[in-house]
Design a protein around this ligand. Structure first.
Ligand SMILES: [Zn+2]
Length: 381
């Protein structure tokens, strides 16, 4: 142990494959003190401190999920703070050390109440913030969003919501009346504007990017598909250097070939894995609910009971990582997509990689990339 009692105790994690921003160290170490990574390097590192032999395990940065509606039987969409804590704890056990809570299209009263209810969770770090997936979305591409509550962007409504605090991202369909003004307003308030659930043309999408949108919500899903004469939002988002594109890597929302093609088109610095999970993640097949609509989960695929639209996923981030690796993406790229890129996109510069000076958020995985242990802020969970 450190000889100076004023120094925080040092943890020496060694004998592990350590995935750093520049690649993987086949046998490396990570030093942690005071909740922060103090060094990452090759070999076993120093022996003074509490040495933890990871026996050849793989260490990735803690996952950052910028789009999720719940998990473990609990949902973020109703504004119940206890449920939100359970959902966050469920995903934490699967390696997600930073999460947004995604609301879906809902009446204004519910959005106000949920945003207020989650303030303590944002304050204590259980949530890194809120994401509104709606209500300013396209009726033609609403997927599992409740069409009854879709509406054009309203700056007064947005102002009231943002004034409560904790909102980090809002998804908007650029073709709705007032959408570009809303995007400019969001960006001016320090909130990430995302393009999604949209029937926009290529040019309309570029106008949203020009107005300041920097994210694409589950790109390919809930948007006009690619056509060679009207490339639409997918090509516009993949080609925009300022935009991070979310992908749901569960093998249902996206073909593995589309995932690897789209990730290579955007580049891993602009591609983020998200779960878009709903309450049924980690639970058995059966009847669930999303934003007031009945959802049936069969063989792990969540669909609206009426109409059959895919309604979120039952994914966890560790499963998304395995899927992306299985699709042929190198592990270091997948780590960027699961942690580094989403952290940067939502403005969290203190985490998202295994590098000195960053918050000690990490996931220890076995040879099959199953989670063995999770550390958040230097504490084993
Ligand atoms: Zn969603």
């Amino acid at each position: 142990m450190s000889a100076d009692p004023s120094e925080p105790a040092r943890l020496v994690l060694r004998n592990a494959r350590v995935v750093t921003p520049t690649g993987a160290l086949d046998r490396g170490h990570v030093l942690v003190a005071g909740g922060t990574i103090t060094a990452v390097g090759a070999g076993d590192g120093p022996a003074d401190g509490t040495v933890v032999d990871l026996a050849g395990a793989t260490v990735l940065p803690g996952f950052v999920d910028m789009h999720t509606h719940g998990g473990g039987g609990a949902t973020y969409t109703t504004g119940d703070a206890d449920e939100a804590r359970r959902a966050a704890a469920f995903h934490l056990a699967h390696g997600t050390t930073t999460t947004l809570a995604s609301l879906v299209t809902a009446p204004p009263e519910l959005m106000l109440a949920a945003t207020r209810a989650y303030q303590p969770l944002v304050a204590d770090g259980t949530l890194a913030g809120l994401h509104y997936e709606g209500p300013y979305l396209s009726a033609a591409r609403c997927g599992a969003q409740n069409p009854a509550y879709l509406r054009d962007p309203d700056l007064d409504e947005l102002a009231a919501l943002l004034d409560i605090g904790g909102v980090r991202m809002v998804t908007v369909a650029p073709e709705r009346a007032g959408a570009l003004d809303a995007i400019r307003y969001l960006v001016g308030r320090g909130v990430v504007a995302a393009v999604g659930h949209t029937d926009a043309s290529y040019e309309q999408t570029l106008a949203a990017v020009e107005a300041g949108a920097t994210a694409g919500t589950h790109v390919c899903n809930g948007m006009r598909p690619i056509h060679h004469r009207e490339p639409g939002p997918i090509v516009a988002l993949l080609r925009s250097p300022s935009v991070t594109c979310e992908f749901i890597a569960d093998g249902h929302h996206l073909h593995d070939a589309m995932l690897s093609f789209a990730a290579s088109a955007a580049g891993t610095d602009r591609a983020a894995l998200v779960t878009d999970a709903m309450a049924a993640a980690g639970m058995s097949d059966g009847a669930y609910e999303l934003g007031g609509q009945a959802v049936t989960v069969l063989d792990g695929v969540a669909r609206l009971a009426e109409g059959g639209s895919i309604a979120g996923s039952t994914l966890t981030m560790d499963a998304a990582v395995r899927r992306a690796v299985g699709a042929g993406l190198p592990l270091a790229d997948v780590a960027r997509m699961a942690a580094t890129t989403p952290a940067r996109t939502i403005g969290l510069t203190d985490r998202g990689a295994l590098a000195a000076g960053l918050r000690a958020d990490l996931v220890v995985l076995d040879d099959d990339l199953a989670v063995r242990r999770v550390m958040r802020g230097g504490e084993w969970q």
